[in-house]
Design a binder for this molecule. Sequence first.
Ligand SMILES: Cc1cc2nc3c(=O)[nH]c(=O)nc-3n(C[C@H](O)[C@H](O)[C@H](O)COP(=O)(O)O)c2cc1C
Length: 358
Amino acid sequence: MDTQHNSTGRESNQGAATVLPASGLPIEYAPTSHQSYADLVASTWRPAEVFNLKGQALLKELVRYGTLAANSYNTQPWLFAVEENRISLMPDFRRRCPAVDPDGHHLYASLGCATENIVQAALAYGLQAIISIDPAQNNIININFEPTEKQQKALFKAIPERQCTRSIYDGNSVSDIQLSRLQGISKQDYINTQLFTTHDDLNNIMRFVIAANSAKMQDPAFLEELKHWIRFSETTVTKQRDGLYSPSTGNPKLPEWLGKIVFKILVTKNAENEKCREQTLSSSGVIAISSEQNNKQSWINAGRGYQRFALQATAFGLRHAFINQAVEVPEVRNQLAEFFGIKACRVDILVNSPSYGV
Ligand SMILES: Cc1cc2nc3c(=O)[nH]c(=O)nc-3n(C[C@H](O)[C@H](O)[C@H](O)COP(=O)(O)O)c2cc1C
């Protein structure tokens, strides 16, 4: 374990996922015993041990892999239905974040991230995933499976290791071969991935991030929502199994009551802007994932593309984190698209790296 924290991981844990079996009766899919924090972390991010699972046991294992995906504020905004030979993913609107994500973009992108983990994990069990999205039913994602050869690819092995690392990087450049592999692997229908590595580009992108971050830090609804999803103590993390663990955001562990009181002192516009600037300018570059068609299917596909990028970066030993502030303020997001030369697209995801950690 390194000293950097991710929002949930290795220093935190994982939210409960609700699995809806064919009967439609929900069952909680999460460790239920009173595990210690460390045990819970270890059991959540454990790699698969056996590859001969079948039927419901196999599908539930794939759901477990799905829940290890990136997701906005670690709200775990998904519901899974497990039927014979099919997993369906749908949004859990109870976990929406209306202040930061009013149109549900991040929620659907998060479902895309979970879908991609399931696709990669299925291959390790000899299953090829066939995906369809049903716009008539809240864009439910249906994943059916066909037999194929068992393949434990690097992306699969990286699933329990992947994490967002909000830290200063070593600033070393990443090889062109790796960069082009990362750009290529995130390709998806109607989704563009752009890479920016020059100092001028990073400085320019930072101006958008800081403008958006400054606007958000003055929005009481945004701050209230963020505070709601921050978990200051191990005890709360262990109990709630969701949200952003305070150390992963560069803030201290505190008793929960104290954290809620000092939130205003810890999370300030200047401090957050400075963190973003230092992290991005020490990274090797910025990757932007954008959709040509601004609709829910595209947001899901952007999430899938990002997740493959993140898994490949992890497999290369590279770290990364989101700097999505700039896409969360519509005016800034439009200016950013213009700066990227893709005015008609929606910029979905902005990531500061890939980079080597320090
Ligand atoms: C659509 C989307 C938007 C996100 N936006 C941000 C962001 O603006 N800032 C940030 O630090 N992390 C962002 N994240 C990362 C999540 O906070 C992170 O995935 C979650 O806390 C789980 O932690 P992990 O990815 O380290 O497992 C975003 C993730 C997704 C999928």
